[in-house]
Design a protein around this ligand. Sequence first.
Ligand code: ADP
Ligand code: ZN
Ligand code: ZN
Length: 721
Amino acid sequence: MMYILECWIEHPVRSLDRTFTYLSETEVKRGCRVQVVFGVKTLIGFVDSCTQTDETPAEIETRLGMKLRFIESAVDEEPLITDELYEMALAMKEATLSTSISCFSAMLPAKIKPATSKHKIVQETWVKLSDREVTLTPRQLQAWTYVKDHAPLRYSDLRKEFPNQARALVTNGAIELFDCEKKGSVHIERGTAEKPVLSELQEKVLKEINESNDTVYLIHGVTGSGKTEIYLRLAEKALDEGKQVLILVPEIALTPQMIERVSARFKDQLAIYHSGLNAQEKYEQYRMVMNNEAQVVVGTRSAVFLPFADLGVIVMDEEHDPSYKQDSQPSYHCRDAALYRAGYHHCKLILASATPTLESYARGLKNVYHLITMSERINKTMPEVHVVPMKDSIRKGESYMISDLLKDRIKDRLEKKEQVILLLNRRGYHARIKCRSCQEVIRCPHCDLAMSWHRDTGLLKCHTCNHEMKVMKVCPYCGSTAGFATYGFGTEKLEHELLKMFPEARLLRMDADTTVRKNSHEKILKAFAEHKADILLGTQMIAKGLDFADVTLVGIINGDDGLARTDFRSCETTFDLLMQACGRSGRGDKEGEVIFQVYDPDHYAVTSALRQDYESFFANEMRFRHAGQYPPYTYMISLTFCSLKEDESKRTAEQFMSGLSGDFKIIGVITLLKIHDQYRSRIILKGKNLDLMRQTLREYMESSKISLKGLRIDVNPMYLD
Ligand code: ADP
Ligand code: ZN
Ligand code: ZN
């Protein structure tokens, strides 16, 4: 008997994005990996189909008109991904205009990616009782009883308990060793399991969701309105029905409180999945879901691909967060993947945010999503917000980092032993340095971007590619030795300034520089929660999902910095940041206060955030999007051509553009800043019919002779700058 296999081959080239035929003497199921020779290389293939045949290899070759090879070996016995995920990968490939193999790769944890460089799955030695009768010493009998009571257990654990008996029991055959995939290395911090009585509004919202037949819900709820409790109740209901639950969050390290709350309620049914786990840990969590050992998952973007068999509800918290979109290929959005899965499992998808994306809110208003509004906090108080126009306060001679108002309020909180959060969305000490002679800004040699000076290392650092270098003695542009002037400030300098102003204050700083090590986020947040510091200072990573009852003041420094960006979403991200900052103050019983330090106090992103008024922001921003014909009024596809050679990226983009036409606008070629040594040129397609745009583009690429090697496609890009 013979089998004909159609396999996807691990190969990034677009033109090879099809299946190849191999022969096998044994059956291999769809979704299993096989080792095959492709050209002169041995590669991993992913089985798409397996057909049994009575023909001989020679007959098959004659029928198909080509020479065929046998596979070298089958890698997996059972498929790694379910039929649902298999179909989803193929749908994702169409939606994101990427290759099939890249979609399979994005879905699977590193250990089982269809890649040649395979990570080894770590095995552990476990013990169990054998069925042999053996005479034992009294101490050996104790050890044997221990195994009987605890089996199966790790051999290493037995040796810890009975260092002198473990070996003997193996030798005399009383117990047996066996290999098992390592697991249980992910530690989950447990919270307390109090279940509050629902507020009237929470009751109403739950009832509305439970009694409706709609699939997708958008909860527009201010921070502190009790959304999380609603997720937990929906999860409970799904579990009662014997189904699984997926709760998606933007970044686990930044939302430890969410994990604590979920784990407190669901104890040992929980798996967590995020980028902070190593390959082995991810693999373990993947297996736990596959074997239905975990029914509730809290995870970031890629958790949407876990092999659930029967989902009861999917929650996507902070649905506006940009981390839900993958930067690299395939650049999918987690929301789209969640929509697909909700459709497949016939379960509800709950999108939630205090500041939904304009796209989602517009869908809510049009009843594409079932819109639910929660406009009141559980504790019924909203923080009082003040705006400090920095131009005025600097003119009056106040500090350009901390205005007198903010200084006064910090002092007040320190006296009252309440806590303060300060947010500055830039790390490092100086934002940039400039030659005193030629005025050139020192830029990264790999990127066209200014380098920041860091005090802790004494080095210049590029925040895009992480390149570091010493401050030069001679200006690289003009050769002058006049030295450099410094501009702007980041969290390091703010910390310095605060310690000068408040020498007695206890400070914690949280930014990409202080959180390099594993679990450092959690450590900093835990220390702050335990009141080991008065002030937590950091970049936007401290603006997310945190709930500290004693924080009564939040200051946001250079709060409208983001408006300087040239991106179509820059007002939206600025508004989100200001609103999130407000969400961190006054979450407990004490009243909260928020201070925005800004340079453009009249901008609608600032004035709407000041009034905590999403609707007015939405109305203003929609006008701007309409005028520029940006989403949600249109769909966009961004095509970025990258190359190490400056003229090549531009030339390819121009060539590509010259032959492309369809029922959409083509904008370009736009030259972008160089990053990571890559020169980049971009074309943007804008139109009302996304499917048509995709189809035109796909057909054009298939027929085009232009090399698409450095092409990165982003359908519905989050950002364009
Ligand atoms: P959100 O997720 O909307 O930001 P949370 O669910 O975190 O809001 O709720 C805000 C605060 O109110 C939390 O400290 C939470 O423990 C508390 N809380 C939520 N629901 C209730 C309730 N029904 N009764 C008492 N406290 C509640
Ligand atoms: Zn110079
Ligand atoms: Zn760089």
